[in-house]
Design a protein around this ligand. Structure first.
Ligand code: SF4
Length: 466
């Protein structure tokens, strides 16, 4: 490649706005229902939303109550070639319909039941399609697995950065060493052990990481949420995500009156754990009845939001700097130096945005206070809180059926469900018919037939040991 051609390639890679990304964002915004076009909405202005795989490795070796997978899921063999073929097909459709970049979850049953080579290959496929992958796990695997995932057969690092979401809650049964936890606190050593494996991996092999902590919330563990946050925040998790339980998936695993753990009740407990009020309207992901999020950082034991809605200067930062100048700038998936150049190019073109950003950083530091910053040696730990409320299958199925026929529901509850589905933040792909569906449609409507089919295609072979 000649010098000029190389220069052009660099300029292209670091251009702040990719026209294709900008176009898919505009389309996403245009498709959002009016109820989701809020001042803090990220969908269609900065992201297309999150994506997830399905039907690629449905099996799991723990038992959750509730479990969002259909009853046949555990009868399907985990199979590397099947996983890779279907991950690739799903990613290709997502790439085609949702553009060049998105966060995507490698999810199904338990990801660590995949051979490390297959797991690594699946992550590579996802990245090749512009997806920033996150592996979903129950966290019950050893350091040797993680090392084999991150390194190739010669012991060379093959993955520079790993993202994992680890699901821990006391209503998951069968974890090694703690088959039936009697409290969330009893799981703290397991949460810590999981996070420490990544610290070690980084120390020994230079693999960077991001960890999210997932937890299903039922009336049975609602009042333990705050303690999970207080303890977990010291362990290295960068996100705490809570899912109030829904009547979805395998009905044999529905054990309590889940409706008592309402979104407001769960959010109140998350706030108790964070030690402060969490404003989930500053930045939004889709419909707030599905998703709430609060972005911020810890300094020591205290958590601070990145933006305060009461401060008009922060709202101006969101609207006039972030959404206006950075909304369509792709800030994920690329190497840090590339992102830094993209940011620098925006500031060079809009010096006023740079000034506002410097002032915002100053406000953030002042809110923490010099004494606290010095006392904690300027250690700022970004941590976000997220809540995702899946919908019950009995609502989703009829609402989706009407949507497929292009009909708006007359019943207010079904109409609300349709609004939420139309603003869905969590999408799954069906290459066989070229459709994209919300994850709760996948679990409420499509999983059952899909897993029944997979059960025949990939039967579990029982091995007799005696
Ligand atoms: S998967 Fe369902 S609950 Fe989740 S964001 Fe989409 S519509 Fe809402």
């Amino acid at each position: 490649m000649g010098f000029i051609a190389r220069l052009r390639a660099v300029a292209r890679a670091t251009r702040p706005v990719d026209p294709e990304f900008a176009a898919v964002l505009e389309r996403r915004w245009a498709e959002l229902p009016e109820s989701a076009r809020t001042p803090g909405q990220l969908l269609g202005r900065h992201a297309v939303g999150c994506e997830g795989t399905h039907g690629v490795f449905p099996r799991c070796n723990l038992k959750c109550t509730p479990c969002y997978h259909s009853r046949d899921a555990n009868q399907v063999r985990v199979d590397g070639p099947h996983t890779l073929e279907h991950v690739a097909a799903q990613m290709a459709l997502l790439r085609e319909q949702r553009g060049p970049v998105a966060h995507a979850q490698l999810i199904g049953g338990e990801v660590s039941l995949l051979e490390p080579d297959d797991h690594a290959a699946a992550l590579r496929v996802m990245r090749n399609y512009g997806r920033e992958p996150m592996s979903f796990t129950h966290g019950d695997f050893d350091y040797a697995y993680l090392e084999r995932l991150a390194l190739d057969a010669n012991g060379e690092r093959r993955i520079a950065r790993l993202s994992f979401a680890a699901h821990f809650d006391r209503f998951m049964y069968g974890r090694r060493g703690i088959t039936r936890p009697d409290s969330e606190a009893a799981l703290h050593p397991y949460r810590r052990r999981f996070a420490e494996m990544f610290v070690r991996l980084e120390r020994e092999h230079g693999v960077r990481y991001f960890l999210a902590h997932n937890m299903t919330v039922t009336p049975g563990n609602l009042d333990e949420v705050a303690d999970v946050i207080r303890e977990g925040a010291r362990m290295g998790y960068g996100m705490f995500s809570f899912q109030p339980a829904a009547y979805l998936g395998d009905e044999r695993r529905w054990k309590e009156n889940y409706r008592q753990a309402t979104p407001d009740a769960v959010w109140a407990q998350i706030e108790r754990g964070a030690g402060t009020r969490l404003d989930h309207r500053v930045l939004e992901n889709g419909d707030v009845r599905c998703n709430r999020a609060a972005y911020g950082y810890y300094v020591g034991e205290r958590w601070y939001p990145v933006l305060e809605r009461e401060d008009p200067r922060d709202l101006a930062m969101r609207d006039e700097v972030f959404f206006r100048h950075f909304g369509k700038v792709n800030l994920i998936g690329a190497p840090l130096p590339v992102i830094a150049v993209r940011v620098a190019r925006v500031f060079a073109r809009h010096p006023g945005a740079a000034v506002r950003t410097v002032r915002w950083v100053g406000r953030c530091l002042r809110r923490v206070g010099v004494v606290r910053l010095v006392r904690h040696r300027f250690r700022i730990r970004p941590v976000s809180f997220v809540m995702h409320q899946f919908m019950d299958a009995e609502q989703v199925a009829p609402a989706w059926e009407l949507m497929r026929r292009g009909e708006q529901a007359a019943d207010p509850a079904l109409r609300e469900t349709q609004e939420r589905l139309a603003a869905c933040h969590y999408t799954m792909a069906h290459p066989e018919d070229g459709t994209l569906v919300p994850a709760c449609v996948q679990h409420a409507v499509l999983d059952e037939a899909e897993n029944a089919q997979l059960r025949t295609l990939l039967p579990v072979v029982e091995v007799r040991t005696s």
